[in-house]
Write a protein that binds this ligand. Structure first.
Ligand code: NAP
Ligand code: MG
Length: 488
């Protein structure tokens, strides 16, 4: 059993067993809606624990890889069923660990289940193609081999979907896995791992080691027996992981930050655009990598759009995400809250006009939580920090432009290129946007956040290491192509 409910203790999962770290030390996971509330204690692991997990994964790999894709798929179907059984418990745990509303956490758990089923089916789909050889007596085709042991490093903002969208394809293509979840949401990850255990996954195929990023995360990047590393998180950490992986010749994949724009054209349906802006910018307290943070509006409709946006923002109810009727929860941790508040201060100092929000919420029930008001800045220009850097909080930068061409220039004037959205009824504007916007996800008349699990996901520019996750695209990272030439 992973947890003793009395002392809320969670262990590492290595070689099919729940075990204590060699450190005998734990890290605390707390509720951002009430910092006095401990959700659980997870292992503060050391390098020795990681070594054990990697050895278990290495040992299990050959047997796992020899199974048919269909047989591996059966384990994923069984894990999906287990997750469905525990959906409420997993979702509630995610809300308590990182603050998103229960409705969002339940949606994310359902998505995790759907991802598992999608990749379970992938075990029966094609992995190669026949290529005509110039030799008439030869058969030439491609097949795919797993990488071996894959290290998975995940952030706290999608504590269910991201670990699953990395682990499920890793497993279905025959790799074994060592996951190090964000410490902030390690209890939620333990509950997901329990579902794989319940599914009867063979020992060592999936291992979880919790602990600090600098020890276990960096340890994964540097480990000689880890053949591939898939990471989602901040740019600073991603770059370090990429460098360590490159130095030893391991394959790596990095999904990082965004500074996602929404363009509102003069011909847009403004009510629709306001809805999408509110949802994209403030859902999950702005802590989605695809969250809307810059709203670029054509001058003809700027004032009216602004009024509508302010009016809708007033309806947002802030509070503990477990409670009915709450629309926006707290920031996921104190660090995040401090970062958001310091960006708000920078916005004011650099001359943007604070239109709405901007303050921490501390009265009454809010006093022990990491709450911040939904915040809107007016008169933001491209060189300002709040127009350039990822805030990862509920903060909108409103920017005025005269034309769609100028809107595109402003939208592209950042180092990131994850997701971008335009609201317009003009087909010409749509086509320019598709062609000229530098982003991995192009969204038309739809919010910047929101992805479909069967489609490729990833960013351009500094937002990723230029590979794609999810859907069929995941195959590119989690396998190596073998080109086979057979002559009779
Ligand atoms: P983070 O600080 O980079 O942490 C991500 C993961 O890396 C955590 O598991 C963390 O462990 C670990 N880590 C920390 N330092 C490390 C090191 N030196 N070496 C190896 N691993 C290390 O990011 P976060 O604050 O959790 O998440 C927010 C960021 O993720 C934002 O920038 C957001 O844009 C990005 N994000 C991107 C996507 C996308 O798909 N593009 C999706 C979601 C989030 P600890 O938790 O123990 O520190
Ligand atoms: Mg927490």
């Amino acid at each position: 059993m992973v947890v003793s409910t009395k002392n809320k203790l969670y262990l590492n999962f290595i070689g099919g067993n729940w075990i204590t770290s060699a450190s005998n030390d734990t890290l605390k996971s707390i509720d951002p809606a009430n910092a006095n509330e401990v959700v659980g204690y997870v292992q503060n692991s050391r390098k020795e624990d990681l070594d054990l997990a990697v050895a278990a994964a290495k040992k299990a790999q050959n047997e796992w890889k020899k199974l048919t894709g269909a047989a591996r798929g059966q384990y994923l179907y069984a894990a999906a069923n287990a997750m469905e059984k525990h959906l409420d418990e997993i979702a509630e745990c995610a809300t308590r660990e990182m603050g998103k509303t229960l409705m969002e956490a339940k949606g994310e758990t359902a998505r995790g289940i759907a991802i598992l089923r999608y990749y379970a089916g992938e075990g029966m789909r094609k992995v190669g193609e026949v290529i005509p050889s110039t030799d008439s007596e030869a058969l030439m085709f491609t097949t795919r081999a797993p990488l071996g042991v894959v290290g998975v490093i995940t952030p706290w903002n999608f504590p269910i979907a991201i670990p699953i969208w990395k682990m499920a394809p890793a497993l279905i293509y025959g790799n074994t896995v060592v996951i190090k979840p964000a410490t902030e949401t390690a209890v939620t990850c333990a509950k997901i791992v329990e579902c794989f255990e319940e599914a009867g996954l063979p020992a060592g195929v999936l291992n979880m080691v919790t602990g600090s990023g600098s020890v276990i995360g960096q340890g994964i990047a540097e480990h000689p027996d880890i053949n591939g590393i898939t990471f989602t998180g901040s740019n600073g950490v991603g770059k370090k992981i990429g460098q360590a992986a490159f130095a030893r010749g391991a394959k790596y994949q990095l999904e990082m930050g965004g500074k996602n724009p929404i363009i509102v054209a003069a011909d847009a349906d403004l009510d629709q655009a306001v809805e999408a802006t509110i949802s994209g910018a403030f859902r999950s307290t702005g802590q989605k990598c695809t969250a809307t943070s810059r709203v670029i509006v054509q001058s003809d409709v700027y004032e009216i759009f602004k009024e509508k946006l302010l009016e809708k923002t007033r309806d947002i109810t802030i509070g503990n995400g477990l409670r009915e009727g709450i629309w926006m929860g707290p920031c996921a941790n104190e660090n995040q809250l401090t970062t958001v508040l310091s960006y708000i201060r920078k916005g004011i100092d650099e001359g943007a006009t604070l239109l709405s929000g901007g303050e921490r919420v501390t009265h009454g029930d809010y006093k022990d939580g990491f709450y911040v008001q939904p915040t809107i800045f007016d008169n933001v220009t491209t060189e300002m920090t709040i127009a350039q850097e990822e805030i990862f909080g509920p903060v909108i930068a409103l920017m005025k432009v005269d034309s769609i061409q100028q809107a595109l220039e402003v939208a592209n004037d950042v180092q990131y290129g994850l997701s971008a959205s335009i609201f317009t009824t003009n087909i010409g504007h749509m086509l320019s946007f598709i062609d000229e916007m530098d982003a991995g996800l192009i969204r038309i008349n739809s919010e910047s956040a929101g992805v479909e699990l069967q489609a490729p996901f990833g960013g351009m520019k500094q937002s990723s290491s230029h590979s794609r996750e999810q859907g069929e695209a995941a195959k590119e990272f989690f396998t190596a192509i073998k080109t086979v030439f057979v002559k009779g």
